[in-house]
Design a binder for this molecule. Structure first.
Ligand SMILES: *[C@@H]1O[C@H](CO)[C@@H](O)[C@H](O)[C@H]1NC(C)=O
Ligand SMILES: *[C@@H]1O[C@H](CO)[C@@H](O)[C@H](O)[C@H]1NC(C)=O
Ligand SMILES: *[C@@H]1O[C@H](CO)[C@@H](O)[C@H](O)[C@H]1NC(C)=O
Length: 189
């Protein structure tokens, strides 16, 4: 009797597992990160983990809408760092409080839906003029608390939806003429 009960329990368990695997979309959470499912997708929190490089995009859930990499030790963001097929929903990328000195020109390629990019509290002193070029939907760029001393006139061209650029606490003495041409929506600096 006892044995039968165990077998039965095992069968139920096996069925549940099968059913579970069949229904659950395949999903990984990157090591050292927490993944929380919200109405619009996954919020992936990798803040304060001593990371020296950004998360491998292959480790992120397909419907990641927010990636928080704040307060780590990331120095460089290489070209295509967040690019992967099917990873198309990222809206918020938080890189505040790292040791960023270098962002390669195509670092943010593939992030076509990005609306907020936080680069505050880093060590940036110069940004390639193409870095933000393809961020057509970006609304907020925060570069406050860096060492920026120069901006290229075309730095934000292409960012047609930009509303807020925070450049406070940098070493900028003057902004190039024409920097904000074509930024009709700009509300705050
Ligand atoms: C992308 O999504 C499609 C459709 O859901 C799927 O068939 C394909 O395997 C996915 N590709 C990758 C690289 O995840
Ligand atoms: C801006 O970028 C263009 C194209 O790369 C370059 O030719 C120009 O020297 C840059 N201007 C400044 C002020 O850095
Ligand atoms: C800009 O950044 C500074 C310093 O991080 C912050 O105090 C300020 O509130 C920010 N301004 C806007 C408009 O977000």
């Amino acid at each position: 009797m006892m044995q039968m009960k165990t077998a039965f329990t095992n069968l139920i368990f096996a069925l549940l597992m099968l059913f579970g695997y069949g229904v659950m979309p395949s999903f990984n959470c990157p090591p050292k990160c927490g993944c929380e499912q919200k109405a619009n997708g996954y919020s992936v929190n990798c803040a304060n983990q001593g990371l020296k490089t950004p998360i491998n995009p292959n480790d992120l859930p397909d419907d990641t809408f927010e990636l928080d990499l704040s307060d780590n030790a990331i120095q460089t963001i290489k070209n295509n760092a967040f690019k992967r097929k099917n990873l198309t929903k990222i809206k918020r990328l938080l890189l505040s409080g790292n040791e960023l000195e270098k962002i390669e020109p195509d670092a943010f390629s593939g992030l076509n839906r990005l609306t907020k990019l936080d680069l505050s509290r880093n060590k940036l002193f110069l940004l390639d003029e193409a870095v933000f070029r393809k961020l057509r939907n970006i609304r907020i760029i925060d570069v406050s608390n860096n060492h920026m001393f120069k901006l290229n006139k075309t730095q934000f061209s292409g960012c047609k939806n930009l509303r807020i650029i925070n450049l406070s606490s940098n070493r900028l003495t003057l902004l190039p003429e024409g920097l904000f041409n074509s930024l009709g929506n700009l509300q705050k600096m």
